[in-house]
Every structure is written in C-alpha cells, then in structure tokens.
Design a binder for this molecule. Structure first.
Ligand code: CUA
Length: 373
C-alpha cells in the first residue's frame, strides 16, 4: 500500500515475480557483503600481523610459488568466483526470460507514454490517465509505446519495469497478488517533469474490477473504435469488405494477425503489432507478395492511440497461431458502423481529458464476457 512508512528497505512485494526478484537480490547482497567483510577483515588482520617490528627482518622480495599448493590455491580462487557469478547469471537470466514472456492467457492493456503522463487503454474501451485498474490474480500484459521520447513504465511493488519507446511496441507483464494501490514511476529521464510522471495501479478484486469496467466509456471496445477509425480513414475503400474481400487490390485482413506474411522479394514476416503499425505508417517498406505499392502513408494522420485501436480491430478480424491474443478477440460488428461526427473525434481520442471519460454505462452490451478470459 502507499501509506507513508518511516523507512522501508524494500517496496511491498505484490506480484508473483516479486519473491524471485527479491531472492536473487538478497543473494547478490549476501555474496557481496560476505566478501567485502572477509577482505576488509584480512586487510586489517594482515596489516597487524605482518607489521614492522624490531628484530624481525624486512623482506621486500615476494617469491613466486610454483608448488602444487600454489596451483591449487590459484584454481580455487578462480573457480569459486566463476561458480558464484555463473549462479548469478543463470538465475538472473531465468527471471529475465520469465519477465519478458507474457503468458498466452494474459489480459491485455495498452499504455502510451507522453511527456509527462501515462495514458492507459483497456480492451473494453475504458481509458484512464496515470491510473491503471486491474483485477488481482490475473496475468496482465501491457503493450506500450511513446508519443515522444523514451519513458519507462516501472511498478516497484511488482518488481517489473520496461522501457517505453517511440516508434515501437514493448511489453511488460505481471500478476498482482494483493488488492491495493501501488506506485507507477517513469524510470527513464524524459525531461523537465520526469519526476512527476507517476501514477497508481489499483489492484481490485475481480468483482470490483467488473463493476469499475461496467462504468466505463460509452465509446465501445478498442476493436469497435478501431473499426470506426478504419472507416473514417477510408481504409475500407481498398481493404473493402474485409470479411469477403473480393476486391483483390489490397491484402485481406481477415485472419492476418499472427500469421506469416510472404513479402515481395521472397522474405516473410510475422504479422504482429509492430508489423501492422509499420504497414500503416510506412506501407512501402514491406510489400505483400502479389500486391503493388498502392497504399499511401498514414503517418501524421493517426495518433498512437488510434494506431492501437486499428491494431485491435485487425486482431478482432481473427488470429492465427492463437498464441498472441486469445484473450482479446473481440466480437466483430457486422452491422452498420456508427460514424462519429468528423474524424477528429477518433483522432484526438485522448485529448486533454483529465481522466476516464464517458461515465455512462450504456456500452456494456457489447462487452465480451468477463468470466474466463
Ligand atoms: Cu517519462 Cu521519465
């Protein structure tokens, strides 16, 4: 919890990984402390024992010890530090691997950093600023990007942090183990108000989270908002009737996400978030085999938040290899798409709104079931 305590050696441990990180850290401290004390003691002890005294001859010549005993000593004091550092290495790598591989059943949340705030977007449509509401006991995967400079999303109580970079997506995942409130820090110096780029994670019971989500925005899920944006931007003119693409001018987007795409020139690429993002902003950089370089760039026309919504829309059209987003497939609206008045509504979706918007609960109907995702 965030109640001020007089002095804390460690932040509260509130995630499944926290215990492992703390154990490794404790091991590092103990090993360092043991050798620091041992060496300090020996320095003092030898300084006393071999001090200059009357009647004891001073021999400045060190002699090389080529005896078997000297060799054994050399091997021992090489092997022990090697063994210890290999333990640290393997232990650290295993935690790093765990932290860098979000479980397939993770609930996904999008995070956009910008000087100097955190914008959070839930799949179901709820948005928040400098606050992240999550259910306890669920794997949460953050997909993060930045609108300007490098930030770093750090939650000390979860013992996890990851850089948030402009122009690409990074991820971070955790499972909170305790209901409560925990600090979010930006852990990468990002300008004048870096120290103020903070927030709070609210870990709630699943029931409380559902209630919180139920009060969410009336703008529909991210995939639905992405579909609106897709239509506003005219993507449908070429990627027309994506479900039954008879057009042929542009690649079919159904089932695209997660699949392997053959490119002009013989290479191929996996259709992940970064690929879709690149195809929207720099469509000429990877041309799908069998298609021409028709597509104009949408760079400057779509915000980072808009990109995330479009990606969610593409995901909602079906995924292959089911590893990435079993948790996020959205019901696709097949009816007419509600057009917002002017595309600014979608483009400036976050704007300067101070916190989550649209407290009306009219949008609960389109929400996927909460139970088992
Ligand atoms: Cu953002 Cu420091």
């Amino acid at each position: 919890m965030m109640q001020a305590k007089s002095f804390e050696l460690f932040p509260e441990a509130a995630s499944t990984i926290a215990g492992q990180v703390d154990a490794l850290y404790a091991f590092l401290i103990l090993v360092s402390a043991f050798f620091s004390l041992l060496i300090a003691f020996l320095v003092v002890y030898f300084a006393y024992k071999y001090r200059a005294r009357p009647g004891v001859p001073f021999n400045p010549e060190p002699h090389d010890d080529h005896s078997a005993g000297g060799m054994i000593l050399e091997i021992v004091w090489t092997a022990i530090p090697l063994g210890l550092s290999m333990i640290m290495f393997v232990w650290g790598v295993s935690i790093y691997f765990t932290e860098s591989r979000p479980p397939a059943d993770s609930m996904e949340v999008y995070v956009t950093g910008k000087q100097w705030m955190w914008k959070i977007q839930h799949m179901e449509g709820a948005r928040e600023i400098n606050e992240l509401h999550i259910p306890v006991g669920r794997n949460i995967k953050l997909t993060m990007t930045s609108e300007d400079v490098i930030h770093d999303f750090s939650v000390p109580a979860f013992r996890t942090k990851s850089d948030v970079l402009p122009g690409k997506y990074t991820t971070e995942w955790f499972q909170a183990t305790k209901v409560g409130q925990y600090h979010i820090f930006c852990a990468e110096y990002c300008g004048t108000k870096h120290s103020g780029m903070v927030g709070t994670v609210y870990v709630m019971s699943q029931a409380d989270y559902n209630t919180w989500l139920g009060a969410g925005s009336g703008e529909g899920s991210m995939a639905e908002q992405g579909q609106s944006l897709f239509n506003q931007l005219g993507c449908g003119n070429c990627h027309a009737s994506v479900v039954n693409n008879q057009n042929g001018r542009c690649p079919n987007l159904v089932g695209l996400f997660g699949s392997r795409v053959d490119l002009k020139g013989g290479t191929s690429v996996r259709a992940d978030e970064s690929y879709i993002r690149e195809s929207i902003l720099y469509p000429q950089s990877k041309i799908v085999a069998g298609y021409e370089d028709y597509m104009p760039t949408f760079k400057g026309l779509i915000t980072e938040d808009g990109l995330l919504k479009l990606i969610e829309y593409v995901k909602s059209l079906g995924a292959k290899n089911g590893t990435q987003n079993t948790a996020t497939s959205m019901p696709v609206q097949t009816g007419p798409v509600p057009q917002e008045s002017g595309r600014a509504a979608g483009l400036n979706a976050f704007g300067n709104q101070a916190a989550r918007t649209g407290q009306n609960s009219g949008a609960t109907a389109n929400r996927p079931p909460q139970g088992n995702r």
